[in-house]
Design a binder for this molecule. Structure first.
Ligand SMILES: Nc1ncnc2c1ncn2[C@@H]1O[C@H](COP(=O)(O)OP(=O)(O)OP(=O)(O)O)[C@@H](O)[C@H]1O
Length: 250
C-alpha cells in the first residue's frame, strides 16, 4: 500500500520555483532513496513532507501530499501531530544537552505523557529498536553529548521512534559519520522498515543501492525517474539517470 501520495506538487521560495510538478508515491514498509546532484531540491522535497518548510516565511506551494488519504497541507491539519507521525533525522546528529534518557523521553513529555512507567518502557523500547541499548543501558542518566557521533545519530533515531511515527525522513543521516557507524545505521534501516516507511536523501550511490527498495532521481527540481532501486541502477529508462548514476555529472 502507498503510505504517501504526492500529486502535482510545486514549491517556491518567494519567486524561485524550486520543485516542479512532482508526482510520486511512497510504499509503506519500504526504504525510498532520493538521489540527485546538489541543489536539485531533495531536501526541500523531504522537508515538504513534514511541513518543515513552513518555518521559512517565503515558502509556498501548490499541489498535494496525501498521507493516509489526507492532504497534509489542509487547513485543519495539526502540524505538531503531523511531525509526530512523520519524524525526521537530520544530517548532523542533534541531541539535546540533556541525559540520554531524557533525549528519548522528550517527545513523549511534550506530547503530554506523564506516566513515568510508561515513559520508561517506551524509552527502553525505542533505544532497543535503534540498536543502541547495549551501548547506553548503564549510563542513561549521562549527557547525550558524551556519545560518539554515530551513537548520537542512533539516539536521535530513538528519539524519533519514541513518538511512534509512521514515516521517518532521513536527510543524509550518515554524511557526518565514519564508515562503521554508517554501516550500523544502514543495518538499522533494514530493521526499521519492517515497522516504518523510510525516505532517505543520500549523495552516496552505494548507500542508496544498499539500503533502498525504491529510488527517485531528482534533477533541477523535477523527478526524472522513479522506480525499484535495482531497475534504476541496473537498467535506468532515462539517459539523464544513467549519466548521473554512472558518475558522468553531479
Ligand atoms: N530557505 C531557502 N530560501 C531560498 N532558497 C532556498 C532555501 N532553501 C533552499 N533553497 C534553494 O532551493 C534549491 C534546492 O535546495 P535543496 O537544499 O532542496 O537541494 P538539495 O538537492 O537537497 O541539495 P544538497 O544535496 O546540496 O543538500 C536550491 O537552489 C537552494 O538554493
Amino acid at each position: 500500500m502507498d503510505r504517501i501520495i504526492v500529486k502535482d506538487l510545486n514549491t517556491y521560495f518567494g519567486n524561485s520555483h524550486i520543485l516542479r510538478n512532482i508526482n510520486v508515491t511512497f510504499p509503506e514498509n519500504n526504504v525510498t532513496a532520493l538521489i540527485g546532484p546538489s541543489g536539485c531540491g531533495k531536501s526541500t522535497f523531504l522537508r515538504s513532507i513534514n511541513r518543515m518548510n513552513d518555518l521559512i516565511s517565503t515558502f509556498h506551494h501548490d499541489g498535494y501530499i496525501y498521507i493516509d488519504n489526507k492532504d497534509i497541507y489542509d487547513s485543519d491539519v495539526d502540524v505538531v501531530e503531523l511531525r509526530k507521525k512523520v519524524g525526521m533525522v537530520f544530517q548532523k546528529p542533534n541531541p539535546f544537552p540533556k541525559s540520554i534518557f531524557e533525549n528519548v523521553a522528550y517527545g513523549l513529555r511534550i506530547h503530554g505523557y506523564d506516566d513515568e512507567d510508561f515513559i520508561k518502557e517506551r524509552v527502553i523500547e525505542s533505544l532497543k529498536a535503534s540498536a543502541i541499548w547495549d551501548e547506553v543501558k548503564d549510563k542513561l542518566d549521562q549527557s547525550a553529548m558524551g556519545l560518539s557521533g554515530g551513537q548520537q545519530q542512533r539516539l536521535c533515531i530513538a528519539r524519533t521512534i519514541a513518538n511512534n511515527p509512521e514515516v521517518i525522513l532521513m536527510d543524509e543521516p550518515c554524511s557526518a559519520l565514519d564508515p562503521i557507524s554508517t554501516l550500523k545505521i544502514e543495518d538499522l534501516m533494514h530493521e526499521l522498515k519492517k515497522d516504518y516507511s523510510i525516505i532517505i536523501v543520500t549523495h552516496n550511490m552505494q548507500q542508496a543501492s544498499r539500503v533502498s527498495d525504491y529510488t527517485s532521481f531528482f534533477l533541477n527540481g523535477e523527478i526524472i525517474e522513479s522506480g525499484k532501486t535495482e531497475q534504476i541502477f541496473v537498467n535506468p529508462k532515462e539517459e539523464k539517470t544513467e549519466e548521473y548514476i554512472t558518475g558522468r555529472f553531479g
